[in-house]
Design a protein around this ligand. Structure first.
Ligand code: SF4
Length: 388
């Protein structure tokens, strides 16, 4: 079966804004502080890229049901430019039926800026993802964040007044020097603000970043494994008592507030990425735009499609990716849906490897869904490594 034969389908649209106020020492995403003229250059490039895509039949065949402005820190971009880009996306691409338009914001850029949040809401953004990370100021300082806990609280209050009723908070645990009681304080503070969604990530220093170098040198005092496990246990116990249900390894939501854009990734669906460094997956192929704003600008304003690397996934690679991504979700992956999509039988394909993981009670069947078990959840990476 050729994946290119897939019928026209729904997709997510991702806009990568590669600017941040300053680089956090744990971050290896493609982003950097903006220089003079960058914002205008970025906006012009995005609009030129969209003009090229008008002639791309693969993209014109997609219907975008979610839009996500991520980064980087999209909220460093002046609000009128964000609105201009959103409008251009909606005018150029088929966004009919788009129900979720998210934007990541940093409290350091937007805390008391009610005009900005109001304008974003009026323009159609209906979901905010707020990069809080911690409600303890000393932890925020350690993480190189530019905002305070008070600014995070203020952002929430301002966003509510602007009309946002779908707000997600990002928090991190397993921070250097962090103890269980510190994590408890941050998590409890987050719940006081009654977010509709929480993303809770363990700090794992990735290369290249100063934290990664420090971890390698042994100078980054990460908490011991048992402390981190205690934080996970506490999270599970506390959130079970709230309306926030865990639906993915790191994500919790009130009913009907799961992030639809990310659900599409976890279902290994199609998506289009705009902006330097963005990745797209369409019709069984993966496309990468090179990093570097000036290069992106040059390509798209010269009418050259900026996709410079292309990878064709064969059916088995795509099948395995769909299994791995799907296991991130608490519901797991449906053997029937996998068979309908790939004509591959999940149990037969993995055979003894799967039998072993089931016997170890790291995976379990929930009807026709294969999912990580409670015992397998904290060991998700090891389990998935067996199935890659
Ligand atoms: S704000 Fe986010 S994207 Fe920017 S440097 Fe910090 S962690 Fe990375």
């Amino acid at each position: 079966m050729s994946l290119l034969q897939a019928p026209p389908h729904c997709a997510g649209l991702y806009v990568h804004v590669p600017f941040c106020l300053q680089k956090c020492p744990y971050c290896n995403f493609y982003s950097r502080p903006a220089q003079s003229g960058d914002f205008e250059c970025f906006t012009e490039a995005l609009l030129a890229h969209l003009a090229i895509l008008v002639h791309n039949p693969l993209v014109q065949n997609l219907r975008f049901t979610t839009i996500f402005f991520g980064g980087g820190t999209p909220s460093v971009l002046p609000t009128p430019l964000l609105v201009q880009i959103l409008r251009a996306c909606q005018a150029t691409l088929n966004c009919s039926g788009c129900t979720e338009i998210s934007i990541e914001v940093n409290p350091g850029t937007i805390a008391a800026n009610s005009d900005s949040l109001h304008a974003l809401f009026q323009a159609g953004f209906n979901r905010l993802s707020v990069g809080v990370q911690s409600f303890l100021d000393h932890e925020l300082k350690l993480l190189g964040r530019t905002h305070s806990a008070d600014e995070a609280r203020m952002t929430l209050a301002t966003a509510r007044k602007a009309g946002f009723s779908n707000i997600s908070l990002d928090l991190m645990y397993g921070l250097p020097g962090q103890q269980l009681r510190d994590w408890q304080a941050s998590l409890e503070q987050a719940l006081v603000l009654a977010p509709e969604h929480l993303s809770l990530y363990e700090l794992t220093p990735e290369a290249p970043s100063p934290f990664y170098d420090a971890a390698k040198d042994g100078t980054l005092a990460l908490p011991p494994e048992e402390e981190v496990l205690a934080m996970m246990d506490y999270t599970k116990a506390l959130l079970t008592r709230t309306g926030l249900a865990r639906y993915e390894i790191s994500n919790y939501a009130q009913p009907a507030y799961q992030c639809r854009h990310n659900l599409n990734y976890w279902h290994n669906g199609s998506y289009l990425g705009l902006g330097p460094g963005a990745v797209s997956a369409i019709g069984g192929r993966r496309y990468r735009i090179p990093q570097g704003l000036r290069r992106y600008y040059y390509l798209v304003t010269s009418d050259i499609p900026p996709w410079q690397a292309e990878e064709m996934l064969d059916v088995e690679q795509s099948f395995r990716e769909t299994v791995i991504m799907g296991l991130r979700m608490m519901q797991g992956v449906s053997a029937a849906e996998l068979f309908a999509r790939y004509q591959i039988n999940l149990a037969t394909y993995y055979g003894p490897v799967l039998d072993q993981l089931l016997a170890q009670e790291l995976l379990h069947w929930q009807g026709e869904y294969l999912a990580l078990s409670p015992k397998g959840l904290p060991l998700a990476n090891q389990v998935m490594a067996e199935l890659v």
